[in-house]
Design a protein around this ligand. Sequence first.
Ligand SMILES: [Zn+2]
Ligand SMILES: [Zn+2]
Length: 236
Amino acid sequence: MKLYADLHIHSCLSPCGDELMTPNNIVNMALLKGLDIIAVSDHNTCGNLSAVCSVAAQNGLTVIPAMEMETMEEVHTLAYFATLEDALSFSDEIYTYLPSVANNPDFFGRQLYMNDDDEIVAQEPKLLLSALSITVEEGFEMVKKHNGIAVPAHIDRPSHGMIPILGFINPHLGVTCVEVSPIGIAQGFAQYDPRLLTITNSDAHDLGSILEPIHQIELEQNTPEAFLEMLRRGKA
Ligand SMILES: [Zn+2]
Ligand SMILES: [Zn+2]
């Protein structure tokens, strides 16, 4: 089936995410826009996914548990999981590699943990926008260990994109799919390696930026498992 997707959205736990990016607002905006499947991927954490997944389940929207990790090269990689449990165990391990740098909420924004009712239950004290003390290779291994699949994020972007920073996508990483930003699509980055699947997402930090129904993915079923299967298969 063809599904309208936006697989890179930040919640209010990301310091740069608008505080209106609450679990209920994200799910309701995605439904309002006519999306079938989304992923919420905060910087270096899966801390709001329990609430997002529970709200989505109550409203019949499919959410893929995800994270956008920043490894020591300052490269961003999306990690996708079939289950919340896998995402949370991955997140716990990632947290141990997050530097102990305190967030400055006045400068970067607050980092809000929310429950199903969009109530603030806590604030993350460590700055989530830091680079982790692991390499891209180690990050990819860790995603795999927790049954996830890593997808280099916005590979075209001068800031945090794998190609401008590292110069190429190392074949040893076993990448099957890359995210290209809408600008990168116009610049031809989807043709970087014709063997790779390409996805394009909003990277929304505010509600209005969540995608209109414009990008479709083809899955056997509308489930996170089927999405992971698509990534695993790659461009067969
Ligand atoms: Zn990014
Ligand atoms: Zn992002």
